[in-house]
Design a protein around this ligand. Structure first.
Ligand code: F6P
Length: 359
């Protein structure tokens, strides 16, 4: 029988749709087991800063409120843009916070970066941890889907669909710049769903002339408009990032590649006016999709079940249509999951006539 009586839950890294559905799932599943759940505010800050910042979460917090159906994080999150103390110091502070609150384990809802960082705090302080993957980038290893990705894809698809109609009115080629960091999952899947003509992803080199040839082909077919989806993480045609900016935890900070493409295409091809839409944080802020809510429920239930079995240092995953769990160390070792250029997504895009670069 489990020893856990009180667990903490925190959301870490960039927010996304579905975090509150995860929190609700963990609270419900844990409450049924007779455990207490402490919601930690603002990622790890609620435990590492003094005074500690948290609240006791009950089923009632979520049963008759809109929260589980809303985006954002009820608890607040933390995307560190400021220099952190040393790992040993953070781990010490985290451990003190956990001890002060009397937590038997912590559920961490985060991406690969958070699994690494908070996993290390927990390891250093000897604390039990269970990870639940979330990110609109869908680049957390081993799991095929992370919470938030599907909802972000829907937001991007809606934008591509909408851009199509204004592109048609004005005979334009409209560029839609989407997030995803160095992974092209969000760009390619929304380009497929939105039936874009071109999709550029960080994993595949491209030529501006390749994009222009596609626009010429569109024009020759009698269509006077086109939509181009571009991932924020692509390089210039000559292979450099526009900016080498990194935040202080070493993650790349992107944005603006759509404007570069606009200039390059417009200078060489005049048949379409080109304009750029940068979707930005709207991709993280819509309400969670059906799939993300289901994933949240399955992941939350599994995380609590594993803690009840006294498991620790694991992250729940969705693999081959099943929920499972893998060691955090394995997740960290795998690093970020990029788009597989031989995947069915890439094959389908090519087969359907989309220009996706030089492969
Ligand atoms: O990792 C999620 C993500 O939304 C990326 O797609 C994007 O590059 C980044 O976070 C934006 O971060 P911020 O919210 O700090 O601007």
């Amino acid at each position: 029988m489990t020893k856990h009586k009180r667990i903490g839950i925190l959301t870490s890294g960039g927010d996304c749709a579905g975090l509150n559905a995860v929190i609700r799932a963990v609270v419900n599943a844990a409450t049924i087991k007779g455990w207490e759940v402490y919601g930690i505010h603002n990622g790890t800050d609620g435990l590492t800063e003094t005074p500690r910042s948290y609240e006791v979460l009950t089923v009632e917090n979520f049963s008759d409120t809109p929260w589980p159906r809303l985006s954002g994080s009820y608890l607040g999150s933390l995307n560190k843009g400021v220099k952190m103390e040393s790992l040993a110091e953070m781990s010490r502070r985290f451990g003190e916070g956990v001890k002060e609150l009397g937590l038997d384990a912590v559920v961490v809802v985060g991406g690969d970066g958070s699994m690494n960082i908070v996993g290390n705090y927990c390891k250093g302080a000897g604390i039990k941890m269970m990870g639940i993957p979330k990110t609109i980038d869908n680049d957390t290893p081993i799991t095929e889907f992370s919470v938030g990705f599907n909802s972000a894809c829907q937001a991007c698809t809606n934008a591509v669909d909408d851009l199509n109609w204004t592109a048609r009115s004005h005979h334009r080629a409209l560029i839609c710049e989407v997030m995803g960091r160095d992974a092209g999952h969000l760009a390619l899947q929304s380009a497929l769903a939105g039936q874009a003509d071109v999709c550029l992803v960080p994993e595949i080199p491209y030529k501006i002339d390749g994009v222009i040839n596609k626009l010429k082909e569109v024009k020759a077919s009698g269509r006077n408009h086109a939509v181009i989806v571009v991932s924020e993480g692509i390089k210039t045609e000559s292979g450099e990032h526009l900016s080498n900016k990194k935040n202080l935890v070493g993650e790349a900070v992107y944005g603006g590649i759509g404007n570069y493409l606009n200039t390059e295409i417009s200078n060489r091809y005049k048949e379409f006016q080109v304009r750029v839409t940068t979707l930005g944080h709207i991709q993280r802020s819509g309400n969670p999709s059906c799939f993300d809510r289901i994933l949240a429920a399955l992941f939350g239930a599994k995380a609590v079940e594993l803690l009840a079995q006294d498991e620790t240092n694991k992250m729940v995953v969705w693999k081959n249509g099943k929920i499972d769990a893998v060691d955090i160390e394995k997740v960290v070792k795998e690093g970020t999951t990029l788009l597989n250029v031989n995947s069915d997504y890439v094959k389908a895009a090519k087969a359907l006539g989309m220009y996706i670069g030089e492969i």
